[in-house]
Write a protein that binds this ligand. Structure first.
Ligand SMILES: Cc1cc2nc3c(=O)[nH]c(=O)nc-3n(C[C@H](O)[C@H](O)[C@H](O)COP(=O)(O)OP(=O)(O)OC[C@H]3O[C@@H](n4cnc5c(N)ncnc54)[C@H](O)[C@@H]3O)c2cc1C
Length: 577
C-alpha cells in the first residue's frame, strides 16, 4: 500500500455520531490519544438530525422524578420485546452501564438532558414496561457556545423546521400544536419565533440548537474540550491487522491515503446500513420484493463499518425481527427541485386522522409507533406494485394539528396543494378519485369509523387503547385523545411510504462492545457501537431513544474496555495539556 502520510493514536473512532463521539470522549477522558475520522464534510451523522431522545432506565434523573424501577424490570421488558434475539449479556451491560454513562457525561462534559414526567414505552402494556422515567431529551444549547465548531455541525432536516426554526421535541412541540387554541401556547410560540427571527437577522441563522442537533453539538464541544481531533471528509476505507489483532486503519483525505496506527483499538461507529443498497436488497424484505424505501439518514451511512469488519472476520447479524427502525415518510417537493423525506412521528395519532391502504380500507391502529405502522403498511401492500398508504384527515383536524409537512392554522396550505404534496377534495368520493382508491370503499371505511368515533371508540383497531397512543394523541380532546369522526370537509390526504431512521441489523458484538467472530471469540482491537452493532432490542422499537441511548452507552463501554486493557495514567498526558 502506498500511503502519503501516517498518524499515530491510541484509539481510532470511525464516525462522529452519538456512538463514535461517546467512545472518543470517554477514551480521551481516560487519558488516551484519540482520533475521530468522519466521512462527511459535517460532523454529527444521523444523530445531528435526530429528535435527540435517549432511552436509558434507572438514571438519577428518573429517580429524582420518583421513577423507581423493580430490579430487573427493564431486563424483563427488553427480554419480552427482543424475543429470540434477546442477548442477556449485552442487555445487562447496557442496563448496568447506562446510568453510569449518563452520570459521567452530565458531570464531566457539557452534555445535559431533560426528562419529562411521563413518556410511556412504545409497548407500555408489555411485561416490564414503564410509563415514564426511561426516555429523556437533550437540553437545547445556545449555538454561540460552539464558537468555530458551529460551522461544521450537521444540518437539521429542513422538513422538521418552521421558518428554519427546529421545534424542540420537548415542550416546544406541545405549544406549537396548541398555539391556535391556547393563549399561553400562542404567547410561547410568538416569543420563540420572535427570538428566532432576531437571531436570523443578527447571525444569519437561529441560535437555539435543539433535539439531535443539540446532542451532536454538545458532544462535539465536549470532544473539543478534551482536544480530540475530528477529521472531516476523511472516510476510513480499510482495517489494518497485525496477525489477528486490528492495529489501525487506512483513511482517505483529498485523494490521499493516510495510515492510522491505533495502538489500542478501532471503534466502528459509521452509522449502520441505511444507504447500503446491496445489503438492503438482502435484509429489507419489501426492498427485496422490489418495493421502494426512503431514508432521511445521511447518504454517507453506507454500511462501511460492517463491510470492513466482515473483511477481518466480523459477522453481520441478519437474524433480527426487523432490519431497521421503520418510520412512515412523506415525500416533500422542495423549491430547489429536490425531494425532502419527512418522518411522520406523531400526526397519525391525532383525532380526526386515519390511514387507508391502497384499497381504501383502514388496516392498522395508526396511533401505534412508527415502527409498527410501517410493518402494517408493508403487510397491507403485499401483491401491490409498491408499499404505501394514505393518511386522511378532515378540515378540522388538519387545521388543528397539521399533517406531515403541513403546519396547523394559521400557516397557509396553498403551496402544499399546488405542488401535489397534499390532496384536497370537497367530498370523500372526490378525495378517493384523487388518490386512486375506490370511492365506495373509502366512503364505507370513513362511515364505519365515524359510527363509533362519535363515542370515542375504535373497535376495529383500538386507537387510543394504549398508553403510547394516548401520549401522542391530543390530551385536551375527550373522551379518547386519538379519536374523532372525520366529518367536516374539505377532506385531505398525504401519501405515506416506508422509510427508516437508522438500521437495527448490524455487527455481532459482545458485552464489551468487541466485534465477535462466528465462534463468539472477540477480534482483538476491534469494537462497534451505535447502529454499526446489532440493536440490543432485537429489531423491536421499544421506546423513545432506543438507538441514541444504547449508542451513547456502548460507545462509553467500548472506550472503557479499551482503557481498562492498559495501564493509563489518570492525569492527562502531555499531548492533551
Ligand atoms: C429524523 C430522525 C429522528 C430521530 N430521532 C431519534 C431519537 O429521538 N432517538 C433515537 O434514539 N434515535 C433517533 N433517530 C435515530 C438516530 O438518530 C440514529 O439511530 C443514531 O443517530 C445513530 O447513531 P450512530 O452514532 O450509530 O450513527 P450516526 O449518527 O449516523 O453517525 C455515523 C457517522 O459515521 C460516518 N461514516 C460513515 N462511514 C464512514 C467511514 N467509512 N469513515 C468515517 N466515517 C464514516 C457518517 O458520515 C456519520 O456521520 C432519529 C433519526 C432521524 C433521521
Amino acid at each position: 500500500m502506498s500511503v502519503a502520510n501516517q498518524l499515530d493514536c491510541d484509539v481510532l473512532v470511525v464516525g462522529s455520531g452519538v456512538a463514535g463521539m461517546s467512545a472518543a470522549i470517554t477514551a480521551a477522558s481516560r487519558g488516551l490519544k484519540v482520533v475521530v475520522a468522519e466521512k462527511a464534510a459535517f460532523y454529527g451523522g444521523t444523530t445531528s438530525r435526530s429528535g435527540g431522545w435517549l432511552w436509558i432506565p434507572n438514571t438519577q434523573m428518573a429517580k429524582a422524578l420518583g421513577h423507581v424501577e423493580r430490579p430487573d424490570q427493564a431486563l424483563t421488558y427488553i427480554k419480552d420485546q427482543a424475543g429470540e434475539n434477546f442477548d442477556e449479556k449485552r442487555v445487562r451491560a447496557f442496563i448496568k452501564n447506562g446510568p453510569k454513562c449518563i452520570e459521567f457525561f452530565t458531570s464531566k462534559t457539557v452534555l445535559q438532558f431533560d426528562m419529562p414526567l411521563t413518556f410511556p414505552d412504545y409497548h407500555a402494556e408489555a411485561p416490564g414496561a414503564a410509563q415514564g422515567g426511561r426516555s429523556f431529551v437533550t437540553r437545547p444549547m445556545d449555538a454561540r457556545e460552539m464558537g468555530p465548531l458551529l460551522k461544521d455541525l450537521g444540518p437539521v432536516l429542513p422538513e422538521l423546521t418552521v421558518f428554519g426554526l427546529t421545534i424542540g421535541s420537548g415542550k416546544d412541540i406541545i405549544h406549537f400544536m396548541r398555539a391556535s387554541r391556547s393563549l399561553e401556547s400562542a404567547w410561547y410560540v410568538t416569543k420563540r419565533l420572535t427570538k428566532h427571527f432576531m437571531e436570523v437577522l443578527r447571525y444569519g441563522r437561529g441560535m437555539t440548537l435543539t433535539n439531535g442537533n443539540a446532542l451532536a453539538a454538545r458532544l462535539a464541544k465536549s470532544a473539543a474540550n478534551l482536544s480530540v481531533p475530528v477529521l472531516l471528509s476523511s472516510p476510513v476505507t480499510q482495517l489494518l491487522r497485525d496477525g489477528e489483532r486490528v492495529t489501525g486503519a487506512v483513511l482517505e483525505q483529498q485523494g490521499q491515503k493516510i495510515k492510522v496506527n491505533a495502538r489500542m483499538g478501532v471503534v466502528l461507529a459509521s452509522g449502520g446500513i441505511p444507504h447500503d443498497e446491496e445489503r438492503k436488497k438482502k435484509v429489507y424484505a419489501h426492498v427485496r420484493s422490489g418495493h421502494q424505501h426512503w431514508s432521511p439518514t445521511p447518504e454517507s451511512n453506507t454500511g462501511d463499518g460492517a463491510r470492513m469488519a466482515e473483511a477481518v472476520g466480523g459477522v453481520f447479524d441478519d437474524t433480527l425481527q426487523q432490519a431497521a427502525a421503520w418510520t412512515p415518510m412523506s415525500l416533500v417537493p422542495r423549491k430547489d427541485g429536490s425531494t425532502g423525506i419527512m418522518p411522520h412521528f406523531i400526526d397519525r395519532a391525532k383525532p380526526g386522522v386515519i390511514a387507508v391502504n391502497q384499497d381504501g380500507k383502514r388496516f392498522t391502529n395508526e396511533a401505534n409507533s412508527y415502527h409498527d405502522v410501517v410493518q402494517a403498511i408493508v403487510e397491507s401492500s403485499v401483491g401491490k406494485q409498491n408499499s404505501f398508504c394514505w393518511l386522511v384527515a378532515d378540515h378540522r383536524a388538519i387545521r388543528r394539528y397539521g399533517l406531515g409537512f403541513v403546519k396547523p392554522f394559521p400557516m397557509p396550505m396553498g403551496e402544499h396543494l399546488s405542488n401535489g404534496y397534499l390532496k384536497k377534495a370537497r367530498t370523500v368520493a372526490e378525495l378517493a378519485q384523487k388518490i386512486g382508491v375506490s370511492a365506495a370503499s373509502l366512503d364505507e371505511t370513513i362511515n364505519r369509523y365515524n359510527e363509533n368515533a362519535q363515542y370515542g371508540r375504535d373497535p376495529e383497531f383500538g386507537r387510543g387503547s394504549k398508553a403510547y397512543n394516548r401520549y401522542q394523541g391530543d390530551a385536551l380532546h375527550g373522551p379518547n385523545p386519538c379519536v374523532e369522526p372525520l366529518k367536516t370537509g374539505p377532506f385531505y390526504a398525504i401519501k405515506l411510504v416506508p422509510g427508516d431512521i437508522g438500521s437495527f441489523m448490524g455487527l455481532k458484538t459482545n458485552e464489551n462492545g468487541q466485534v465477535i467472530r462466528t465462534d463468539g471469540s472477540p477480534i482483538e482491537g476491534l469494537y462497534a457501537a451505535g447502529n454499526d452493532a446489532a440493536s440490543i432490542m432485537g429489531g423491536e422499537y421499544t421506546g423513545a431513544g432506543i438507538t441514541l441511548g444504547p449508542g451513547l452507552t456502548f460507545g462509553y463501554i467500548a472506550a472503557n474496555h479499551i482503557a481498562d486493557q492498559v495501564q493509563v495514567k489518570q492525569s492527562a498526558p502531555a499531548y492533551l495539556a
